[in-house]
Every structure is written in C-alpha cells, then in structure tokens.
Design a protein around this ligand. Structure first.
Ligand code: APR
Length: 178
C-alpha cells in the first residue's frame, strides 16, 4: 500500500470537472440543490440528478447518501450535509467529522478508488476553514490507515487560500505520523 502522503492530494479547481470515481457534494438536508458547490454540481450533472435525489427523502446533518453522477465525469456523487457553524459549542466538529467518515464509508462500499471532497461547511455554513481542513485531513487519514479503498482522496479547493490550509494540515499530520 502506498504511503499515506501519496494517498491524499490537494487540488485547486472546480470539483465538477474531476474525473474521479466519486465527488462529494456539500448539500443541504433536502438534497434538492442550492448554491455554492451544491448548485454547481446540480447544474453540471443535469436534471436527472434532482429526480434521483427526490427519491432519497433528504439526508441528516453528518450523514451522506449516494447518487449517480449523470453528466459529470465522476461516476457517483456522495451528498453529505455539513453542520452550520454556531460558534463551536453545538457539536459541529463531531458532525463535520461524521460527514467525512460517512462519505468515505460509502465510497469504500461502492469500490471507489478515487474520491474528491470540497471543503464541506466552509462556505455558506461558515465553518472556520482552518479547523475544517484539520478535521478533513485527520478523518481521511484515519480512514485510509484502516482501508485500502479508496486508494486516493483528493481535497478539491476552490481557491489558493483554502488549498494552502489543506497543505499545512497534511504537513502537520505527516510530522505527527513520522
Ligand atoms: N468546486 C469546488 N469547491 C467549490 C465549488 C466548486 N465548483 N463551488 C464552491 N466551492 C467551495 C466553496 O468555496 C467552499 O470552500 O465549496 C466549499 C463549501 O462551500 P458551500 O458550497 O457554500 O457549502 P457549505 O458551506 O457546506 O454550505 C452548504 O450551501 O449551497 C448551499 O445547498 C447548500 O444549503 C447548503 C449550503
């Protein structure tokens, strides 16, 4: 198995363009689309996506559900609902951790070799980007140490500032693991 550092990568760009087995959507509990990355994914996937989402009866915060990718280059979309930041005292960290873990479990069950995540909850839901990056990288690292699939986790950042936070989080993790 390749080293952990080789199994986590940081990419800056639009997640809807990634030809990976699954992209993760930062959805809301209705699963019926929204703005931000949710809006971009629904626009790029096309109208069949909403039709499938309507059959899923929503999704709880911290949970995740899978659909097909439709017109996206990705085979699947894993929709997860992140917590709205309320200052940190309402279990937000545990719920965000659960988003990453549940999404990775679903990717594993569906034999996904590559899965790409946006920075869940750090936009409209206002989760502090640095704390969110540490949770994302730490949760992915814990999961990948237990499982061979997914082989690779891509953190797809929409801007360089976010990408830099993820690179620092990965570097700090590598220091702790060596
Ligand atoms: N590709 C990759 N990342 C993106 C893209 C994109 N095309 N568009 C936005 N992002 C980034 C944002 O810059 C942010 O870093 O995704 C991250 C998450 O931001 P949001 O999309 O605002 O998601 P979130 O903060 O989880 O809020 C979810 O927003 O769109 C609604 O329906 C959604 O109610 C839900 C809420």
């Amino acid at each position: 198995m390749s080293t952990l550092g080789q199994r986590i990568s940081i990419h800056t760009g639009d997640i809807t363009r990634l030809a990976v087995d699954a992209i993760v959507n930062a959805a809301n509990s209705s699963l019926l689309g929204g703005r931000g990355v949710d809006g971009a994914i629904h626009r790029a996937a096309g109208p069949e996506l909403e039709f499938e989402c309507r059959m899923l009866n929503g999704c709880k915060v911290g949970d995740a559900k899978l659909t097909k990718g439709y017109r996206l280059p990705a085979r699947y979309i894993i929709h997860t609902v992140g917590p709205v930041w309320q200052g940190g005292g309402k279990g937000e960290a545990g719920l965000l951790t659960s988003c990453y873990r549940r999404s990775l479990e679903i990717a594993h069950i569906h034999d996904c070799r590559t899965v790409a995540f946006p920075a869940i909850s750090t936009g409209i839901y206002r989760y502090p980007k640095n704390e969110a990056a540490v949770i994302a990288v730490g949760t992915a690292s814990d999961f990948l140490q237990q499982k061979a699939l997914p082989e690779t986790v891509v953190f797809c950042c929409f801007d360089d500032e976010t990408a830099e936070l993820y690179r620092c989080a990965v570097a700090d993790l590598d220091k702790r693991l060596t």
